[in-house]
Design a binder for this molecule. Structure first.
Ligand code: IDP
Length: 160
């Protein structure tokens, strides 16, 4: 925290973003990473992994009683995902805006779900919906040692 000037409060906010198996198979990883980078967010965690059903059940615990829960866990374990942590001012809220709505039909063009997919059951990307869920999800998917905190060389061109 000491690396940032006072006044740059909130720039250490983090969110958990995952490119879902359909997004990886359909080669959307590069563009998703690119849009977060272009926006000015900082990549602090990144890995391609086959998520276990156990991890996914935990990740989607709040949906455990929903009818789509088992299908959702199968979908998310149907191939590797790219798990990422992005950092920056209001990154949770902005990440959600960049994603679009849960249902791609309701997602505007310019959002990942608006541009890349058509159904809820294959909606390409996950992003934390609050700062609290981001913290929970980041600690579920990443060890502290896998996160690379550092002073970004462009911070003074992004913040004031
Ligand atoms: P979010 O991913 O936009 O935060 P959530 O409500 O947390 O949306 O749902 C998690 C995921 O579960 C969605 O991204 C979608 O893949 C899937 N899902 C949510 N609702 C439905 C549904 O009604 N039918 C099928 N899949 C759903």
């Amino acid at each position: 925290a000491h690396i940032f000037r006072s006044g740059w409060t909130g720039v250490n906010e983090r969110t958990f973003i995952a490119v879902k198996p359909d997004g990886v198979q359909r080669r959307r990883v590069g563009e998703i990473v690119q849009r977060f980078e272009k926006k000015g967010f900082k990549l602090v965690g990144f890995k391609l992994m086959q998520a276990s059903k156990e991890l996914l059940r935990e990740h989607y615990w709040e949906h455990r009683n929903r009818p789509f829960y088992n299908k959702l866990v199968s979908y998310m374990s149907s191939g590797p995902v790219v798990a990422m942590v992005w950092q920056g001012l209001d990154v949770v809220k902005t990440g959600r805006k960049m994603m679009g709505q849960t249902n791609p039909t309701n997602s505007l063009p310019g959002t990942f779900r608006g541009d890349f997919c058509v159904i809820m059951g294959k909606n390409v990307i996950h992003g934390s919906d609050s700062v609290e869920s981001a913290q929970r999800e980041i600690s579920l998917w990443f060890k502290e040692s896998e996160l690379c905190e550092r002073e970004g060389c462009s911070a003074k061109w992004i913040y004031e």
